[in-house]
Write a protein that binds this ligand. Structure first.
Ligand code: B3K
Ligand code: ZN
Length: 901
C-alpha cells in the first residue's frame, strides 16, 4: 500500500536501469476476485551502466511464487521494500518467473486490472502495471510482450491485448484463451488487456505504403450505431498523420475499446486504445456537436501517440510533456485542419473562421484551467522538477501549456522547419525512451538555430506578462512598439529567467484595414502580420512608412501563452471588435471589453451600488452579433461571456457572489436590450435537413442556442416559447439540450417539467444522464427564493443513476458543482466547503485519482475573500487529517496549505 508520507521524487535523481527486461511473457488466468498472473521476465544486465540490483515495483498484489532461472532463490537475494522487491542477481542475464494474485472485483481505483460492467479492463499509465505484477514499472524499461489471456467464455467472449492475435482456442470448463504478440518494445504503461462482452465495428483500410490494416471500434452490444463517428475520426487521423508528418500506422490491427468506468478521457495503449465511452459513442439523438468534436480530437490524440509517445517514449515521468504537449499540439492542428477543410465549401473566409474558432476554443481552455493552475500552489514548469504522486501531474500545464510551447517552436521555425525537426527526432530516437532536451535539440539541429534560451519554457512555472506600449512619430512616420516581459514568482521559483516569446503583431489603420508592415532596411512590405521575437527584458521594434497613427493588434492568434498587458480604452476595444482582421484578436477584444464591464459590475454589486451596463459595450456587442458577414460559430464565441473561473482569476480578491450578480445582470440586460436581434437570429439560423456533424451547421446551432440562453435569462416570452418548442421537438441532442439548458438557466417555471421529461426519456442512457447531472450542478439561481443548488446536488446523489464509483458521474455532478458553480459552491455559510470535504474523503477511500481531481477545486483558496478563506481552511485541515489519506490527495492538500512535500 502507498502511504501518505510518500517522499518527493526528484528529476535530478534519475538513474538508468541496471537491468533491462528484453522480453516478457504474461499469462492471465482471469477471475473476478482471484486472477492469477504468471510473468516470465528475460532480463539482461546493461553493461553500460554501473552494476546494481533489479528493482521490481508491486502494489496491492499478492506474491504467490518467485523463481530465478527455474529455482527458488536464496532469501538473501530477495529483499522486500516499500516499493516492491529488490533482486540481487549474479551474471549478465536471468530468467525470472513471478506468480501473483490480484482481485479485480475489489479494485475501485480503476488503475491496474479492474472490472466494469462484468468485463475486465486495464489502465496502466502512469503506475498501474505494478498493481498487476511485480515489474520495473517505469517508462525507460522497454520490453517485447507476449500475452495469453484466459477467461470464462460466456461472460468474456472477447479477449484482447496489444499487437497481433497469434493464437486462440477453447479450454475446459467453459473457458477459452487468446494469445497476443506485440512486435514493438514498449514500457509497461502501454500494456493493455480487455476481456469482455463486446461487439466491433470494423473497417479495412490501406496505409500510405499500401499495407492493409484492420481497424476495430469495440463497444457494448446495442451501441454499434454510435461507433461510426469514432471510426471515421480514426481513419481521418491516420490519413492526416501520413500527409502531415509522414507517419504511418505500424501494426496490422488497431483497436479502440469503449468502457463506462474510466478515470480520464482515453489511453493510448499500443494498438489497443481504451476509451472512456464518452469519447467514443455518438449518434445525433444522444450526442451534441461538442461531443462529436471532442470525440474526433480524443481519437486523434490517442492515435497520434502511437508515434509521439509509443514509438518514441519518455525516459522518466518528468518528461511527460514530451509526449503530451506534442500530442496535444498535433491533435489541435488536426482538428483545425479538419474543421477548415469541412468549412471550405463555404469559401476561404469560412475555412479561416472555422480554424480560428478552434484556436479560440483551445485558448479558452488554457485560460480557464491552466492560468489558474500556474498562479496557485500547484504551479509547475511543463517539465516539473519534483512530485509526490505522478498522477497529479497530468495537468493543464503539462498538456495545454506544453502544447503552446510546441506551437511556439512551430511558429518560430515555420511548418517546414518544424517538420524537419520531427523527422530528425524519429530518425535518432525511434524505439527509445528520451527527454525533452532530446526533442528540442533535434529542432535546433534541423534548423541550425540555438534554442538554449527557449528551454527556459520547460523549466519555469508561472504565466509570463508581456507589456506592449506603442508610440507614433507623425513626422518621421515611424511607429515604435516596445515590448517587455516579466514572470511573477511561483512556489519554489522566486527568480525568473528571460524567455523567448514570439509576439505576432499587426497595425490597423483608421479605416479598419491592416497596414503593410515595413521595418527599416527591409524591402518586403507585403506582410500585415509579423512575428516579433522578444528575448530580452524590454525591446523596441520600429515600423517605418506608417502613414497614420495605427491601432496595434498584439499577440495575434495567441502566439504565446502569456497575459498581454495592453492599455486600451473602451473605444479602442470597440474598434478592434469591429475591425481586427485577426479573428482570434477580434474575439479577444470582445472578451477584454466584457471582462472590464463584468468586473466593474461586480465591484458595484459588492459595494451595493446600482448596476448599469455601459451603452458603448451594448452597441459594440450588438454590432458584432448582427454582422452577417461573420460566421455564426465565430459570433457564438464572441457573444459568449468569459468563463466564471477565468473571471475569478482576474478578480482581486476572488469573490464569487458579486461576480455572479454581475453576470446575471449582464445576461439579462443583453437579453432584453437586444431581444429583437436574438429573436431574429434564432429565425435566421435554423438548420434544415437531417443532422450532420459539420462546422457550418454546428456554428448555426451554437449561436441559435446562445440566443435562447440570453432570451430565457431575460425572460423574454417569445424566447421562452421557442425554447419550450425546441425542447419538445427535439430532433438532435445539440438542439434538445440547448433548449433544456436555456430553460434551466432561467427563472422559467417550465424548468422542472423539462428536466423530468429529459430524465424519463434517457433513463437508460448513462452518457446523456451525465449531461443532465452536470447541467443541474452548474445551474445558477435566477430566483433568489429558490433552494441552494447544494440541496439539489445532494438530492441528485441519491438518484438511482448516480454512483460515486463511476468517474463520469462524479465529474458531472460533483465536478460540475465545485468547478462550474462558484457562486453556489462558495456560499457564505461554508456549507459547500463542508460538503466538499465530506466528498473528497469518501471518494479517496475508493479512487484516489478521482478524489484528487475533485480536491483540486479548492487549491486556489488563498485568492478568495478573507471571510471565505476563514471557512475553507478548517475543511482543508479536516481532509489533511483524515486517516489513511492517499498520497494523491495528501500532495494537493499539503500544497494548498503550504506544507511543501
Ligand atoms: N496518456 C493518457 C493519460 C494517462 C493518465 C494517467 N493518470 C491519456 C492521454 O494523454 O492521451
Ligand atoms: Zn496524451
Amino acid at each position: 500500500m502507498k502511504t501518505e508520507h510518500a517522499p518527493a521524487i526528484l528529476r535530478a535523481d534519475y538513474q538508468p536501469l541496471a537491468w533491462q527486461i528484453e522480453r516478457i511473457e504474461l499469462h492471465f488466468h482471469l477471475d473476478p476476485s482471484a486472477t492469477r498472473v504468471t510473468s516470465r521476465l528475460h532480463c539482461v544486465r546493461d553493461v553500460r551502466v554501473p552494476a546494481g540490483p533489479l528493482r521490481l515495483c508491486g502494489e496491492d498484489v499478492e506474491l504467490l511464487s518467485l523463481r530465478i532461472d527455474g529455482a527458488e532463490p536464496e532469501s538473501t537475494r530477495v529483499v522486500r521494500d516499500a516499493v516492491g522487491i529488490v533482486l540481487h542477481l549474479d551474471g549478465d542475464s536471468a530468467e525470472i518467473e513471478i506468480v501473483t494474485r490480484i482481485d479485480p472485483s475489489a479494485n475501485t481505483t480503476l488503475s491496474g486490472l479492474y472490472q466494469s460492467r462484468g468485463g475486465f479492463f486495464t489502465q496502466c499509465e502512469a503506475e498501474g502495471f505494478r498493481r498487476i505484477t511485480f515489474f520495473p514499472d517505469r517508462p525507460d524499461a522497454m520490453s517485447r510482450y507476449t500475452v495469453t489471456v484466459e477467461a470464462d467464455k460466456a461472460s468474456c467472449p472477447v479477449l484482447l491485448s496489444n499487437g497481433n492475435l497469434v493464437e486462440q482456442g477453447e479450454l475446459e470448463g467453459g473457458r477459452h484463451y487468446a494469445k497476443w504478440v506485440d512486435p514493438f518494445p514498449k514500457p509497461s504503461y502501454l500494456f493493455a488487456l480487455v476481456a469482455a462482452k463486446l461487439v466491433a465495428l470494423e473497417r479495412r483500410v490501406t496505409t500510405a505504403s499500401r499495407r492493409d490494416v484492420l481497424l476495430q471500434v469495440w463497444v457494448e452490444d446495442g451501441n454499434l450505431d454510435r461507433a461510426g463517428h469514432a471510426m471515421d475520426s480514426l481513419m481521418h487521423s491516420m490519413r492526416w498523420d501520413e500527409e502531415t508528418f509522414g507517419l504511418e500506422l505500424d501494426l496490422d490491427r488497431f483497436m479502440i475499446v469503449a468502457v463506462s468506468d474510466f478515470n480520464m478521457g482515453a489511453m493510448e495503449n499500443k494498438g489497443l486504445n481504451i476509451f472512456n465511452s464518452k469519447y467514443v459513442l455518438a449518434k445525433p439523438e444522444t450526442a451534441t456537436d461538442v461531443d462529436y468534436e471532442n470525440i474526433e480530437s480524443v481519437v486523434a490524440h490517442e492515435y497520434f501517440h502511437n508515434w509521439t509517445g509509443n514509438r518514441v517514449t519518455c525516459r522518466d515521468w518528468f518528461q511527460l510533456t514530451l509526449k503530451e504537449g506534442l500530442t496535444v499540439f498535433r491533435d489541435q492542428q488536426f482538428s483545425a485542419d479538419m474543421l477548415g477543410r469541412m468549412a471550405e465549401a463555404g469559401g476561404e473566409a469560412a475555412a479561416a473562421s472555422a480554424r480560428a474558432v478552434k484556436r479560440i476554443d483551445d485558448v479558452r481552455v488554457l485560460r480557464a484551467a491552466q492560468f489558474p493552475e500556474d498562479a496557485g500552489p500547484m504551479a509547475h514548469p511543463i517539465r516539473p522538477d519534483r512530485y509526490q504522486e505522478i498522477n497529479n501531474f497530468y495537468t493543464a500545464t503539462v498538456y495545454e501549456k506544453g502544447a503552446e510551447v510546441i506551437r511556439m517552436l512551430h511558429t518560430l521555425l515555420g511548418a517546414e522547419g518544424f517538420r524537419n525537426g520531427m523527422d530528425l527526432y524519429f530518425s535518432y530516437y525511434d524505439g527509445q525512451a528520451v527527454t525533452c532536451d532530446d526533442f528540442v535539440d533535434c529542432m535546433a539541429e534541423a534548423n541550425g538555430r540555438d534554442l538554449d534560451q527557449f528551454m527556459n519554457w520547460y523549466a519555469q512555472a508561472g504565466t509570463p506578462r508581456v507589456k506592449a506600449v506603442g508610440s507614433y512619430d507623425a513626422e518621421g512616420r515611424v511607429y515604435t512598439l516596445t515590448l517587455s516581459q516579466r514572470t511573477p514568482p511561483t512556489p519554489g521559483q522566486p527568480e525568473k529567467q528571460l524567455l523567448v516569446i514570439p509576439v505576432a503583431v499587426g497595425l490597423i489603420g483608421p479605416d479598419g484595414a491592416d497596414l503593410p508592415l515595413r521595418v527599416a532596411h527591409e524591402n518586403n512590405a507585403g506582410a500585415t502580420t509579423r512575428v516579433l521575437e522578444l528575448s530580452e527584458v524590454e525591446q523596441s521594434f520600429r515600423f517605418v512608412d506608417v502613414p497614420f497613427e495605427p491601432v496595434p493588434s498584439v499577440l495575434r492568434g495567441f502566439s504565446a501563452p502569456v497575459i498581454l498587458e495592453l492599455d486600451e480604452d473602451d473605444a479602442r476595444l470597440a474598434f478592434r471588435m469591429a475591425h481586427d482582421s485577426d479573428a482570434f484578436n477580434r474575439w479577444d477584444a470582445t472578451q477584454r471589453y466584457a471582462e472590464r464591464v463584468i468586473l466593474a459590475l461586480a465591484a458595484d454589486a459588492a459595494a451595493g451600488r446600482p448596476l448599469a451596463v455601459p451603452d458603448g459595450f451594448v452597441a459594440a456587442f450588438r454590432a458584432l452579433l448582427t454582422n452577417d458577414s461573420l460566421d455564426p460559430a465565430f459570433r457564438a464565441q464572441a457573444a459568449a461571456l468569459p468563463s466564471e473561473g477565468y473571471l475569478l482569476e482576474r478578480m482581486e480578491p476572488a469573490d464569487p457572489a458579486p461576480l455572479r450578480a454581475a453576470l446575471v445582470f449582464l445576461m439579462r440586460e443583453l437579453g432584453s436590450r437586444l431581444a429583437d436581434d436574438w429573436l431574429k437570429l434564432g429565425d435566421a439560423l435554423a438548420v434544415d435537413g437531417p443532422y450532420r456533424y459539420h462546422p457550418a451547421d454546428a456554428g448555426r446551432r451554437a449561436l441559435a442556442n446562445l440566443a435562447l440562453r440570453y432570451l430565457a435569462a431575460a425572460e423574454i416570452e417569445p424566447g421562452l416559447v421557442r425554447a419550450r418548442d425546441q425542447f419538445e421537438r427535439f430532433g438532435n441532442m445539440t438542439e434538445g439540450f440547448g433548449a433544456l439548458a436555456a430553460l434551466v438557466q432561467s427563472a422559467s417555471p417550465a424548468r422542472k417539467a423539462a428536466l423530468e421529461s429529459f430524465h424519463a426519456r434517457f433513463a437508460n442512457d448513462a452518457l446523456v444522464l451525465d449531461k443532465w447531472f452536470a447541467l443541474q450542478a452548474a445551474a445558477w439561481r435566477w430566483d433568489p427564493s429558490e433552494e441552494p443548488v447544494l440541496e439539489r446536488v445532494r438530492a441528485l446523489m441519491r438518484d438511482a443513476a448516480f454512483s460515486l464509483g463511476n468517474p463520469n458521474k462524479v465529474y458531472a455532478l460533483l465536478g460540475g458543482f465545485f468547478r462550474n458553480n462558484p457562486a453556489e459552491f462558495h456560499a457564505a455559510n461554508g456549507s459547500g466547503y463542508a460538503f466538499w470535504a465530506e466528498q473528497v474523503i469518501a471518494l479517496d477511500a475508493k479512487n484516489p485519482q478521482v478524489a484528487s481531481r475533485i480536491a483540486r477545486s479548492l487549491e486556489n483558496w488563498r485568492r478568495f475573500a478573507p471571510a471565505l478563506q476563514a471557512r475553507i481552511r478548517p475543511e482543508l485541515e479536516k481532509v489533511a487529517a483524515a486517516p489513511g489519506l492517499s498520497p494523491d490527495v495528501a500532495e494537493i492538500i499539503g500544497k494548498a496549505l503550504g506544507n511543501e512535500g
